[in-house]
Design a binder for this molecule. Sequence first.
Ligand code: SF4
Length: 255
Amino acid sequence: MVARAARATDLADLDGAVSDCFACPRLVAWREEVARTRRAAFREQEYWGRPVPGFGAPDNRTGPGGSGGPAPTPAAAPRIALLGLAPAAHGGNRTGRIFTGDRSGDVLFAALHRAGLANQPTSVAADDGLTLRDTRIFSAVRCAPPDNKPTPAERDTCAPWLHREVGLIRPTLRVVVALGAFAWAAWWPVLRDVYGVRPPSPRPAFGHGAHWSGTAAPDLLGCYHVSQQNTFTGRLTPGMLDDVFARAKLLAGVD
Ligand code: SF4
């Protein structure tokens, strides 16, 4: 798996390869069980039930796994990356696109649209026409985990996919927004493996609005995760998301 990730020559190649990953027995069993049993509201739908690749500039894939659908919309290479935890069981694991088809995605893409980074405020299905500008979204773990909690071993097993994806967009990437503490922690190994930069010690603490800036690597911004737990309780408001994306754009030099 590590070798397959390292061999990926571009994002489309990486997207296709990760979609065929079976490296974590517990997560493979869970993603497939969820796809088999389904939530009542989606009983008529065919679930994706596989790893969920990154999404956004420059390929803006229009079909699960990068295959099928119309040709990709040309878009600028990403200067901003959003790093999440893992796909949701009935969101990305159902639709095949990250943050698509669930409440977290509703909040996230509404904010990206307000920021001018998405062409529409909703993300409901992989063929809904959504494209991102200057922005790519991916997760630290590519398969939906039970209770949204991957184990440390699963996080480490999945890391090569994340590292290769960052490596492929490294020439243009300027800012990474970590959605939650898990993503924040997942960034430090990227720093070492992709950029050859020693992670700071002690590690900067995660917090909403936290900012780490190093030389020879993208800036890192902390943002509370767009989970319902945060957005329904008001811990994360639309205004707070707007502030984070305005800051990310400024740091990345995106108009
Ligand atoms: S979590 Fe990552 S490494 Fe594990 S099976 Fe899914 S894609 Fe493969």
